[in-house]
Design a protein around this ligand. Structure first.
Ligand code: AMP
Length: 178
């Protein structure tokens, strides 16, 4: 099964992604995590990625697409995956027609997300308030059209991300069975 998780930062994508991965026995993959690893490399590319993610900007579609498709060609993703953080733009979604079964939109308000993120104690280097605000704004501008794209395909599932972690997980699981 191929599942995409979409939502603003702080919506609970990695929490649910990891829980789903355990339940469904399929691997979880986050493009944010991949890019944070690449940003550690002391090369011009590593420095470029680091600056981009620390500012909260999106990496170019072409670079993102080639990195994601390289990963997904690995044998461990043969039977499916739970993908978090991709696609984030219409261009990425259109270029990525990969037999996706369901796209789960974890819906939380900007206010709730900011409140949750302010309470985190595992703060990352790219998690300044400015970068978080930028990411949320970019979500509304570039990623909301991606939701419409999958809604039209009939594979979008909208989940109220402000419920408890367990309620959300149960709702996602029951939607995936449909
Ligand atoms: P995330 O952890 O998903 O918020 O991702 C952290 C950062 O990685 C983002 O702010 C972007 O700079 C970059 N990134 C992750 N996924 C994508 C994507 N699909 N397209 C472009 N940039 C991305």
């Amino acid at each position: 099964m191929k599942i995409i998780l979409i939502g603003i930062q702080g919506a609970g994508k990695s929490t649910q992604g990891n829980l789903l991965s355990e339940k469904l026995k399929i691997p979880y993959l986050s493009t944010g995590h991949i890019f944070r690893e690449l940003a550690k490399e002391k090369t011009p590319e590593g420095r470029y990625i680091k600056e981009t993610i620390n500012a909260g900007y999106l990496l170019p579609d072409e670079k993102t697409l080639s990195i994601v498709s390289n990963y997904l060609h690995r044998a461990e993703y043969n039977k499916g995956y739970i993908l978090d953080g991709f696609p984030r733009t219409i261009a990425q979604a259109k270029a990525f027609e990969n037999g996706i079964d369901k796209v789960v939109y974890l819906k939380v308000s900007d206010k709730e997300a900011l409140w949750r993120l302010s309470g985190r104690d595992d703060v990352r280097e790219d998690d300044t308030l400015k970068a978080i605000r930028k990411r949320i704004n970019l979500f509304h501008e570039f990623t909301e059209p991606v939701l419409d794209f999958y809604r039209e395909k009939g594979i979008l599932v909208e989940i109220d991300g402000e419920k408890s972690i367990d309620e959300i997980l149960q709702e996602i699981l029951s939607e995936l069975e449909k």
